[in-house]
Design a protein around this ligand. Structure first.
Ligand SMILES: NC(=O)c1ccc[n+]([C@@H]2O[C@H](COP(=O)([O-])OP(=O)(O)OC[C@H]3O[C@@H](n4cnc5c(N)ncnc54)[C@H](O)[C@@H]3O)[C@@H](O)[C@H]2O)c1
Ligand SMILES: [Zn+2]
Length: 372
């Protein structure tokens, strides 16, 4: 059964549809929302070979014409050059059309297609059909669109909301385990920052969730998408200090990702970043040891790392100083007091940051769960 979550934005509210085989509802939703009659499908090679036929079938049922635009499966596709190249093709197609864009893929496709939808003709409608766990619970919701530049990720972007999000959980069956773990890393983040009962559910059902047990995984997706929708609705443009809590684990995480020259994946870096945020919360007397241990153990149980090797502490510190969320030179961290309760703390002394970073880096044999 398909469940609906509302993103209650004042100007243009929209729905997130979640469920097994939700794709079957696509033709009906396109007609119902009257979004357009001519679809530009932006997707990747991988998605075309795995699920392309089904999606094209759904689009042809409800559209007069469909232009498929296929990009390579890589973060490198999230660039201004690729965006402008696609816009040229869209412009040639867009003659006497009622056009809309369809982002079908993970966060890379979603961010890029959303960005193109925002800037082409100063905005055309688009929909998100996320195909990774991360995209279903996070990147497809909230309207943050962007491309990367040589100077950093997501440096050029704009807020631009989709008309609806359709998360077909069947798509996740072809997703590699590493991508599942990366999505679960973000799911742990939601539980920790917002929902103690969800955290307990997560702990108790982690084996089944990892094995993609349908009902439990659907519950995780619905929970996370619902939490993100609520947070976004309170702070659409990330200006009121509400959305910042979604950055839990990301300040250290981004620094670790950058210091590893992106050899460590985002999901792994965020897991280590959450451990770092717990350590900092502990050292500041905000959090108790038991809770910090529970969070670390959950990450271990998912198969995520809780420390990092072969990385220079100085590089992590240097990368940390470039964080986009720091205000006027003041560092700023999302910390936790207990599961479900965050606290924003500024101006952490560099000495303390060095201590935390040193604790994150290990040499020698791999960690066991207890050591994590
Ligand atoms: N806009 C936001 O709010 C937001 C939030 C978080 C992350 N992001 C962005 O999202 C991007 C990361 O997204 P991602 O983790 O989804 O990675 P991704 O888009 O690179 O996808 C990961 C891989 O999974 C493959 N894949 C996708 N769906 C599949 C499926 N159903 N079966 C098999 N393989 C599949 C893709 O081909 C790709 O190789 C980053 O660029 C990040 O900056 C944006
Ligand atoms: Zn993230």
């Amino acid at each position: 059964m398909i469940k609906k979550i509302e993103v209650a934005l004042r100007r243009q509210p929209y729905s997130i549809y979640v469920g097994e085989n939700a794709l079957a509802d696509l033709p009906r939703l396109i007609r119902k929302t009257q979004i357009g009659t001519d679809a530009v499908l932006i997707t990747t090679r991988n998605l075309v070979s795995l699920h392309g036929k089904k999606l094209m079938g759904c689009l042809h049922k409800s559209c007069d014409s469909v232009l498929p635009l296929v990009i390579p499966d890589s973060e490198k596709s999230k660039s201004a050059k690729v965006a402008l190249g696609l816009i040229e093709k869209i412009t040639k197609f867009d003659i006497k059309k009622k056009l809309f864009l369809v982002a079908f893929g993970g966060g890379v496709v979603g961010d890029l297609a959303g960005f193109i939808a925002a800037i082409y003709k100063r905005g055309v409608p688009y929909i998100q059909i996320p195909s990774t766990l991360l995209a279903q619970i996070d990147s497809s919701i909230g309207g943050k669109t962007a491309v990367d530049t040589a100077f950093g990720k997501n440096l050029v972007g704009v807020f631009y909301q989709p008309r609806f999000v359709l998360a077909d959980t069947n798509l996740l069956k072809t997703l590699p385990q590493d991508q599942i773990k990366a999505g679960l890393s973000e799911a742990v983040k939601y539980a920790v920052i917002k929902d103690a009962a969800f955290f307990d559910f997560f702990k108790k059902n982690i084996k089944e969730i990892k094995a993609l047990d349908t009902s439990r995984l659907n519950k995780v997706i619905l929970k996370c998408a619902g939490l993100k929708a609520r947070i976004v609705a309170l702070d659409e443009f990330d200006k009121k200090g509400v959305r910042i809590i979604l950055n839990f684990g990301h300040t250290f995480g981004h620094a670790i990702e950058a210091a590893s020259r992106y050899k460590i994946s985002h999901g792994q870096a965020v897991a280590i970043g959450m451990v770092a945020a717990c350590k900092l919360s502990l050292k500041l007397g905000l959090l108790n040891e038991k809770t910090a241990r529970e969070i670390t153990q959950l990450l271990c149980a998912i198969g995520l790392p809780t420390r990092v090797k072969n990385i220079k502490p100085g590089m992590v510190l240097a990368a940390l100083k470039h964080d986009k969320k720091f205000l006027q030179g003041k560092n700023r961290f999302v910390l936790i007091e207990k599961i479900g309760k965050t606290k924003i703390v500024e101006n952490i002394p560099e000495k303390l940051l060095r201590e935390i970073i040193a604790e994150l880096i290990w040499v020698g044999k791999p960690l066991t769960l207890r050591e994590g």
